[in-house]
Ligand binder design. Structure first.
Ligand code: RBV
Length: 480
C-alpha cells in the first residue's frame, strides 16, 4: 500500500463505534479518543509535508476584490496620480516614513472618500504603511474612473465608478464594510452611520473613525450628543491645517472651476448669490469677487452675516436674492436652502449649483415638480423649462459641483487634509483604548507638524520666540 493510501485508509470518525452503549467504560472511551487523535495527527503531518514542498506561496493577505468601470483606464490614472504626488510633498514624506516603520501591519482600513488622484496618494500611503485598504466613493458623481483603475492595479480594493445609482452606492459601501475594517475614514459619515444602523456586528472591530467634511462632523456631533455614537471619531475637518486651507482655498477655487468647466460663463459683472458664509462660503465669495462678480451673501447666523457685510458683500434673505441672482451656489451643509418658492422668482437663465456635501441644499424635487420639460444641454448642465416658459439651469444634478464637474480640491490643499488623515490613523492605534464614543479634535502636535512640513516643503522659514518672549506670554504680572 502507498503511504498516502495507508494513512487515509480508515475513517477517523466512525459515529457508530463511539456510541455510548453502556458496555464500554470511560477509560476505554478515552483510549479510543486518544488513538483517533494520534491518527489525525499523522494525517495533519502528512498533509503539512505536502504543503511545505509546494511551490505555491501561501499568503495571509485577503484576496483582492474590486468593482470599477474599466481597468484599461489605468495608464491614464497612473499619470494623474504621479502629478498629484508631485504636489503633495508632506504626504509623500509621511509615506517614506511609513514604508520604514510599517505602523499599519495587520490592520484593515475602510475608506469612503471621493475617489480622486489625491485620495489615491492617501490610500497608497496607508498601504505603504502595511494596511489592507478597501475604498468606495463618497458621492455617486465624484469618482475618477481612471484613478480607480490604477488603484486596483496597485492592489487597493476599490468599489467605485462614476454615475452609480443609490442602490449601487450602498452596495459599494457594504463591500468596504465586508472587509471588517479596524479604522474607518469617512467623508459625509455614511460608513459610520451604516455601521451603527445596519452592521452593528462590526462595532467590536472598529477602533475609531475619521471624518473629512463639515456636513459629516455636524451629523456625528448630533450622534454623540444623543449618546448614539459607539466608537470615537476624530474630526479631521475641524483642524486648522484642514479647515483654513481645504475648505477656504479648496472649495473656493474648485467650485468656481466646476461651474466654469460646466458652463464657461463670464463671472465678471454677474450677480452671484452664495448661500452660507462658513469657511467654504468665504472661499467661494472671495474667489468670485476676484473674477469680477457682484457677490451677494445669504446667511442665517447673525455673526457670519455681519462679517460678510463688513467683508464688503451685500447680505440679504434668499427670497430677495432669488430675484436678482444670475448664478446661485449653496454651501451650507443644510437642506432645502433654495426651494420652489425661490426658484419661481428667479430670472430666466439663472444657474444653480451646489458645493455642499449632499444634493439636498437645492430642492430638486421642487424643481422637478415645477418643470414642464427638461433636457441635457451638455455634460453637467441640465435645463429645466418651467410652466411659464422660463428656463433654469441646474449643474451636476445638484451634487457637489467641484467634484462632479471639475477634479475636486487642488492637490496642494489635499496634501494637508490627507496628511492629517494619515497621521491620525497612526495616532488612533496608539490611543484608541483611552477614547470613548465622542467627537475628538486632531491633536495640536499633528496639526503643527503638518504646517511645519508644508512650510519646509515650500522653502519658507519662520521666526521662533525668544526665551524672554516665551516667559512674557506665560506670565501675567507685567502690564503698562
Ligand atoms: N475633497 N476631496 C477632494 N481632490 O480628493 N476634493 C475635495 C479631492 C473633500 C474635501 O476635503 C471636503 O471636505 C469634502 O471633499 C467634501 O465632500
Amino acid at each position: 500500500m502507498k503511504e498516502e493510501e495507508e494513512i487515509f485508509a480508515t475513517p477517523i470518525i466512525k459515529a457508530e463505534s463511539m456510541k455510548m452503549d453502556g458496555e464500554k467504560n470511560l477509560l476505554e472511551y478515552l483510549a479510543e479518543i486518544n488513538r483517533r487523535l494520534v491518527e489525525l495527527n499523522k494525517r495533519v503531518d502528512y498533509l503539512w509535508g505536502i504543503v511545505k514542498e509546494t511551490p505555491i506561496k501561501i499568503s495571509r493577505e485577503p484576496v483582492q476584490k474590486f468593482k470599477i468601470k474599466d481597468i484599461s483606464l489605468a495608464d491614464k490614472g497612473k499619470l494623474k496620480i504621479e502629478w498629484a504626488e508631485k504636489h503633495m510633498p508632506v504626504l509623500m514624506k509621511i509615506r517614506k516614513d511609513f514604508e520604514k516603520t510599517k505602523p499599519f501591519a495587520g490592520l484593515t482600513i475602510g475608506a469612503c472618500l471621493h475617489v480622486t488622484k489625491e485620495t489615491a496618494v492617501l490610500v497608497e500611503t496607508l498601504k505603504a504603511g502595511g494596511a489592507v485598504v478597501a475604498l468606495c466613493g463618497s458621492n455617486p458623481l465624484s469618482t475618477q474612473d481612471d484613478v480607480a483603475a490604477t488603484l486596483v492595479k496597485k492592489g487597493i480594493n476599490v468599489f467605485a465608478w462614476r454615475g452609480l445609482s443609490n442602490d449601487e452606492y450602498y452596495w459599494c459601501l457594504n463591500q468596504v464594510l465586508d472587509f471588517r475594517p479596524n479604522i474607518t475614514l469617512d467623508d459625509g459619515a455614511d460608513l459610520i452611520s451604516n455601521v451603527h444602523s445596519k452592521r452593528q456586528d462590526l462595532l467590536k472591530n472598529i477602533y475609531a473613525d475619521q471624518e473629512e467634511t463639515t456636513t459629516g462632523v455636524i451629523r456625528l456631533k448630533a450622534m454623540a450628543k444623543s449618546n448614539a455614537l459607539k466608537y470615537p471619531v476624530i474630526a479631521v475637518n475641524d483642524t486648522p491645517t484642514k479647515n483654513l486651507f481645504d475648505n477656504y482655498y479648496g472649495t473656493g477655487q474648485s467650485s468656481l472651476d466646476g461651474i466654469l468647466r460646466a458652463t464657461n460663463i463670464l463671472y465678471a459683472g454677474k450677480n452671484m448669490v452664495v448661500c452660507g458664509y462658513g469657511q467654504c462660503g468665504k472661499g467661494v465669495t472671495t474667489k468670485a469677487r476676484g473674477l469680477g462678480a457682484n457677490v451677494i451673501v445669504v446667511e442665517t447666523n447673525p455673526v457670519k452675516a455681519l462679517q460678510a457685510m463688513m467683508d464688503g458683500f451685500r447680505v440679504m434673505p434668499i427670497s430677495d436674492a432669488s430675484r436678482i441672482g444670475d448664478v446661485f451656489v449653496t454651501v451650507t451643509g443644510n437642506k432645502n436652502v433654495i426651494r420652489g418658492e425661490h426658484i419661481r422668482e428667479m430670472k430666466n437663465g439663472a444657474i444653480m449649483a451646489n458645493a455642499g456635501h449632499f444634493n439636498v441644499e437645492i430642492s430638486i424635487p421642487d424643481l422637478e415638480k415645477m418643470a414642464n420639460d427638461k433636457r441635457v444641454i451638455k455634460d453637467n448642465v441640465e435645463e429645466y423649462e418651467l410652466k411659464d416658459g422660463k428656463k433654469i439651469y441646474l449643474l451636476a444634478e445638484g451634487r457637489l459641483v467641484n467634484l462632479a464637474a471639475a477634479e475636486g480640491h487642488p492637490s496642494e490643499v489635499m496634501d494637508m487634509s490627507f496628511s492629517n488623515q494619515a497621521l491620525v490613523c497612526e495616532w488612533i492605534l496608539k490611543n484608541y483604548k483611552n477614547l470613548d464614543g465622542e467627537v475628538y479634535n486632531v491633536p495640536k502636535e499633528i496639526d503643527d507638524k503638518i504646517a511645519e512640513l508644508k512650510l519646509e516643503s515650500m522653502g519658507i522659514k519662520i521666526d521662533s520666540l525668544t526665551e524672554e518672549q516665551e516667559k512674557y506670554l506665560s506670565s501675567w504680572e507685567e502690564g503698562t
